[in-house]
Design a binder for this molecule. Structure first.
Ligand code: QAP
Ligand code: CO
Length: 192
């Protein structure tokens, strides 16, 4: 079953997620739902648990999901990361244009380290470590931000954000419509 993706303005996206304790049947079921939600999106390459309303430290990535031609190459390349921790990052910050399924229609240039070493658990709860750079390192940092309640728009400069105020306000109204009984923040509160 695919889940509803929470939109900018929903306060769940600002909360910190909790570590997962063990490999359980529920965890596998949930990761399947997270993956299905990512693949349903057609335009997503990464999705973190809080984006579907679960405040747990899990995320899924498929960095070729958008670029792959599904007719000639239908094979999915899903990567699952549970309780991810960045144990090393490079000193060099590079800029990259980021987007987010929870902030549809908006993108922005963000500086982040080019490469990193990540420690995490796989679906069997086995501890693993990978070195990542390029797009994978970028998406991992973006998704780990979600686990800590940070969105890429929170990392934009004041001037960059000022240009997006109108669009962000519209998204916040969408979040309110999406979650009528939920505690969505006041959609008319100032954004800057
Ligand atoms: C994170 O984001 C990411 O605005 C994953 O209208 C992406 O998959 C990190 C998406 C790029 C770094 C670089 C965005 C879909 C998907 C949109 C996504 C949209 C539809 C974003
Ligand atoms: Co995102």
């Amino acid at each position: 079953m695919s889940r509803k993706i929470l939109i900018y303005g929903n306060p769940i996206l600002k909360q910190k997620s909790l570590p997962l304790e063990a490999d359980t049947a529920q965890l596998r079921g949930f990761i399947d739902e997270l993956a299905e939600t990512l693949y349903r999106s057609d335009e997503g390459i990464g999705l973190a648990a809080p984006q579907v309303g679960e405040l747990v430290r899990a995320l899924v990535v498929d960095i070729d999901h958008i670029s792959r031609d599904k007719r000639t190459n239908p094979k999915r390349r899903l990567q699952v990361f549970i309780n991810p921790e960045i144990v090393w990052e490079s000193e060099d910050d590079i800029s990259y244009n980021e987007g987010c399924l929870s902030v549809p229609g908006i993108d922005g240039k963000i500086y982040r380290p080019q490469s990193l070493i990540l420690r995490f658990r796989d679906l069997n709860f086995k501890e693993r470590e990978i070195e990542a750079d390029g797009l994978l390192a970028r998406v991992l940092q973006h998704e780990i931000d979600h686990l800590n309640g940070t969105l890429f728009v929170d990392r934009l400069s004041f001037a960059q954000r000022a240009l997006l105020v109108g669009k962000l306000r519209n998204l916040r109204h969408e979040a309110l419509k999406q979650d009528k009984n939920g505690a969505v923040e006041n959609p008319d509160a100032p954004i800057l």
